[in-house]
Design a protein around this ligand. Structure first.
Ligand code: HEM
Length: 515
């Protein structure tokens, strides 16, 4: 409603009250403009010899996703197959041609070697990325701003600086154990529970607070976290960025964004009054801001530390805090749901995993630390294999400096998107034989070394790879340890086997994960 009344206000404000004829002319011009701007790029790269999957009017190659007739994972696995043995080609994201890269060496080149040409994410057109209303931290930052921002907040995400992270996460993991134990019929919705766990981990790691999400079976944080993305806003803004910018339509649900902004600001205000630095991520960011970190001996690190202090304003701190909710909730919930689903449906894996966990229990009991986790080798294999099967479908970069596809004369212009098909690579039998099989031994120490670089990317790769990877892995592994220390999981009548994906969500299992 807001958009349409905005458009109407703008028209009336600009042109005054119009006659019916003028309305018809205006509407026709608008339709012709939309059609032209939508289709003007179709076929451009094909003339230079690149293969493409023929685009459908308005949808490009995304019709099944937009119409929700196919889930993200199988959709992207099929697209990957359609490119056959080609190393790259053109994929149409609605009206935009995107360079689709299949070859792992080229993937490495884009994400690491030639990173300077691909600094920005390509999930949103540049026009809307830079709108203040869409500015929610690192993910949305571009160019030099991103570089400085990432360098300044990196210490807050490193495990070295959160030494007690493992111990902190034991508390929410024990709450999960209680919730499973208290389930009256022995049936547990693991998807819901792992989501609550992800929120409580953020509370402990970032704020040293108990949000009590698990204990109270949900709260306002979960309700808002579930509403962060409005699909219509995303499609509207990415398909018609100029109009979205004109009418200030944000990609995120503004009420939800405001909820997290004011929550983060309030916690920070409360802390600013107290002259101490608790041992958590917020405490670390405050130390960076106040230049209270131990000085670095190395010159370069010292310079970075000084730069970080300059950038770490209160606004920056609260934006970074939101990042934890934005990126650390849904992702962790999805991955942990997949872990538990896959283990429950593969008893032989569960037996081996429980044997390893039991051995650790005799030594450390319920108080596992980050260092102990490193010794759980099979658990690590199970985690990696689950993240192969349950990875996000793709990641996107935007070309920030003209780039020539190696060995060709084809020039990729600034602002063009580059798609890295994570799920396609993970499901390619060339790199992962029998890809549909859940086989944690692919990641045994001897096999892991054989995995080709650029083919396994659950957290992306290179300077723009996932900054929360270590935290996410620790959260997942600690919970796996506690759950398999206490329980044996089995599918229920509700469990859909083999795995199927929901069409209305990026990465959730069809039928849920009731175990
Ligand atoms: C299982 C959990 C997670 C998965 C599978 C995941 C996956 C990813 C992927 C695939 C990317 C894109 C990387 C690329 O394109 O190279 C990414 C980026 C990012 N992730 Fe994660 N992530 C997870 C958890 C987290 C957590 C817990 C946080 C923060 C607390 C986080 C923060 C971020 C941020 C800030 C970026 C953007 C980095 C940048 O712009 O420089 N992620 N993540």
């Amino acid at each position: 409603m807001g958009v349409f009344s905005g458009i109407l206000e703008w028209i009336v404000g600009t042109f005054g009250i119009l006659s019916l004829f003028q309305w018809i002319v205006l509407f026709s011009v608008f339709i012709v403009y939309i059609y032209w701007s939508w289709t003007k790029n179709y076929g451009v790269f094909e003339k230079q010899g690149l293969f493409s999957i023929p685009p459908k009017l308005f949808f490009g190659n995304t019709k099944e996703i937009v119409m929700q007739t196919k889930a993200f994972t199988p959709f992207h696995q099929d697209i990957y197959k359609q490119f056959g043995e080609r190393k790259y080609g053109i994929y149409y994201d609605a009206s935009s041609p995107v360079l689709y890269i299949k070859d792992p060496d080229l993937v490495k080149q884009v994400l690491v070697k030639d990173f300077d040409h691909f600094v920005d994410f390509g999930f949103m057109p540049k026009e809307i990325t830079e709108m203040p209303i869409n500015e929610l931290g690192l993910v949305n930052s571009v160019g030099e701003k991103w570089k400085s921002l990432r360098a300044s907040i990196a210490p807050a995400f490193s495990l070295k600086n959160i030494k007690s992270i493992g111990t902190k996460i034991n508390a929410p993991a024990l709450d999960v154990i209680d919730a499973i134990g208290n389930s009256p019929d022995g049936e547990v919705d693991m998807e819901k529970l792992t989501g609550h766990y992800a929120i409580d981990c953020i509370g402990r790691i970032v704020f040293s607070m108990d949000f009590q999400t698990i204990k109270s079976n949900g709260n306002e944080i979960v309700t808002n976290g579930d509403k962060f993305f409005d699909i219509w806003r995303f499609f509207f803004s990415t398909s018609l960025p100029k109009i979205a910018r004109l009418f200030n339509v944000s990609v995120m649900n503004p009420k939800t964004a405001n909820f997290f902004i004011s929550m983060s600001e309030n916690i920070l205000k409360g802390r600013n009054g107290v002259n101490s630095y608790p041992n958590d991520v917020l405490g670390l960011m405050m130390k960076i801001r106040d230049q209270k970190l131990d000085p670095e001996e190395n010159d370069l690190q010292g310079q970075r530390q000084a730069l970080a202090a300059k950038l770490m304003t209160d606004t920056m701190i609260s934006r970074t805090l939101i990042q934890f909710f934005l990126d650390g909730y849904d992702t962790v919930r999805s991955l942990l749901s997949i872990v538990f689903y896959l283990v429950a449906t593969h008893p032989e894996v569960q037996d081996r995993l429980m044997a390893e966990v039991d051995d650790m229990v005799t030594r450390v009991g319920a108080n596992i630390t980050g260092d102990d986790v490193k010794e759980l080798k099979y658990l690590d294999q199970v985690f990696h294999e689950s993240s192969r099967i349950g990875a996000v479908a793709f990641t996107l970069r935007r070309c920030t400096k003209k780039w020539t596809i190696p060995g060709t004369d084809v020039v990729i212009p600034e602002d063009m998107g580059i798609l890295i098909p994570i799920q396609g690579l993970h499901s390619d039998p060339k790199y992962f034989p029998e890809p549909e099989k859940f086989d944690p031994d692919r990641f045994s120490p001897e096999n892991k070394a054989k995995i080709k670089t650029g083919t396994f990317l659950p957290f992306g790769m290179g300077p723009r790879g996932c900054i929360g990877m270590q935290i996410a892995q620790m959260e997942a592994k600690i919970l796996m340890y506690h759950v398999f220390r206490k329980f044996h999981l089995e599918p229920t009548e509700k469990t859909v086997i083999p795995i199927k994906w929901r069409v209305d969500h990026f990465n959730q299992i069809y039928g849920g994960v009731t175990l």
